[in-house]
Design a protein around this ligand. Structure first.
Ligand code: AMP
Ligand code: ZN
Length: 468
């Protein structure tokens, strides 16, 4: 790694459809890794490709009777729109395969010159036995690779394990001129050519979903390292699957939720919270309650931040002289430091976002207890402590992208709702004490109409707001 700089590449979407929250997990992890490294002072250059030519795109275009280019442009635009709404920052470069055909051809020519690629009737293939390290990333022996490679037996290949580099044009398909006739690039060569063009021959971090480790990333290594003689990527970051009902969320399983549909029902911060609630190498299970639970967590966080801010504003000029900090204040100051320490320790442990979220919410609990105990006699000293707590909390939430500063109007409304709900619950509790079940039920049912659900328990009543 060059001092202070990180060169990072993430395999991006194949733009033949809208992307789902499983794909989003991978893109979000890349976004959070980038934000955290920047937070640590690194200058990160992130490149994430757009695969805009591929069998899936051509097939979908043919099925729907549109031009492949039009189709890929539509879904690339949708990708940018949905990821913006999800708070995924755009990469520094989003190279498209169709705009890098000259670089791809140049790399193919190098592979041919080095004896690692060969042509058969307008198609090009990679000669796997020229690269003895093949399989090192996924710990496969090159001799066993055939079992995993989902290639139909192709008589043209010298060896069934060899993979496609360039495909000869078929009638009606998009194609480009090349020394081997008209054709189009394969998917693997696209990533090698674009990563090296924009980031140099050796990357610091290469990321993608777990399914890409083999064969896609093995093939990228084989192509790039044979061409340059240098290590292609120092660290590989493979994101485990988002699963539902025990199965990978995917287009073929028909069990997916599109990002744009999820965004209709849930705040982006809630979706992000859920998608990073497990460390990226662990599978994450999606079920009916996942996003609701994340929504409640985000509301708890927002309320805490609103309280912190309002507390300072409303009590700013209450000059209660205090010579020394109280024990509570000292404990809160220490818990700010503890949050920061625990957050960094978790993120330094292979980007453990679950631990980082844990540190944030533990602190939210501490702030809430502090505010509950210190309601009536705020001092100037308390104000400083709370101001610091607010800044640290928003800073760390910003690294994970789980808190976006809302407009004051919305924040004030949220606080007003909180106070009105306290009042309503108190009135209802009084009715229940009188055994006036009619009023008590009426309040509960009317709130339900407003998507607010009450839960009565021995320790009191809590409320939860659902998205309509
Ligand atoms: P695709 O558009 O199919 O090329 O996928 C884009 C990215 O999403 C790739 O890095 C995939 O590995 C990743 N991906 C696909 N399905 C899932 C899933 N269920 N969970 C996490 N990542 C996924
Ligand atoms: Zn790739």
């Amino acid at each position: 790694m060059r001092a202070g700089k990180v060169q990072m590449y993430t395999c991006g979407p194949t733009v033949y459809d809208y992307f789902h929250i499983g794909n989003a997990r991978t893109f979000l992890v890349s976004d959070v890794v980038r934000r955290y490294l920047e937070f640590q002072g690194y200058q990160v250059k992130l490149v994430q490709n757009i695969t805009d030519i591929d069998d899936k795109i051509i097939n979908r275009a043919n099925e729907s009777g549109v031009d492949a280019k039009q189709l890929s442009q539509k879904y690339a635009a949708a990708y940018f729109e949905d990821s913006r709404h999800l708070g995924i920052r755009p990469a520094d470069v989003h190279p498209r395969a169709t705009e890098h055909v000259p670089e791809i051809i140049e790399l193919l020519q190098t592979l041919i010159d080095k004896g690692a690629a060969y042509e058969r009737g307008g198609d090009l293939y990679y000669r796997i036995n020229r690269f003895p390290n093949y399989g090192k990333l996924s710990n496969r022996d090159v001799k066993d690779v055939r079992a995993g490679a989902r290639v139909a037996v192709n008589e043209r290949k010298e060896d069934p394990r060899d993979f496609d580099l360039w495909k000869m044009a078929k009638p009606g398909e998009p194609s480009w001129e090349s020394p081997w006739g008209r054709g189009r690039p394969g998917w693997h060569i696209e990533c090698s050519a674009m990563a090296m063009k924009h980031l140099g021959e050796t990357l610091d971090i290469h990321a993608g979903g777990q399914d890409l480790q083999f064969p896609h990333h093995e093939n990228e290594i084989a192509q790039s390292e044979l061409a340059t003689g240098k290590q292609f990527a120092r660290y590989w970051l493979h994101v485990a699957f988002l699963r539902t009902g025990g199965k990978r969320m995917g287009k073929s399983e028909q069990n997916f939720i599109l990002v744009r549909d999820a965004l209709r029902d849930y705040a982006p911060e809630a979706i992000r919270h859920f998608l990073i609630s497990a460390q990226y190498r662990h599978p994450l299970d999606f079920n009916d309650t996942s996003l609701k639970e994340s929504s409640s967590a985000i509301r708890r966080l927002e309320n805490c931040l609103i309280e912190l801010r309002q507390y300072q504003e409303h009590h700013a000029n209450t000059p209660v002289a205090e010579a020394e900090r109280s024990e509570d204040e000292i404990a809160l100051i220490e818990s700010v430091d503890a949050m920061r320490r625990e957050f960094n320790a978790a993120m330094n442990d292979d980007f453990n976002t679950a631990g980082a979220i844990g540190a944030i919410f533990k602190f939210v609990g501490n702030v809430n207890s502090f505010l509950a105990e210190n309601h009536t006699h705020p001092s100037i000293l308390v104000k400083t402590v709370l101001g610091n707590a607010y800044r640290k909390l928003t800073e760390l939430c910003g690294v994970l992208g789980i808190y976006a500063q809302k407009s004051d109007a919305r924040s004030d409304n949220a606080l007003l709702i909180e106070h009105l709900m306290q009042l309503i619950l108190e009135v209802r509790q009084e009715a229940r004490n009188r055994k006036d079940w009619e009023i008590s039920d009426k309040i509960r049912d009317s709130l339900k109409q407003l998507n607010i659900e009450l839960k009565d328990s021995r320790s009191g009543t809590t409320w939860q707001q659902y998205d309509a």
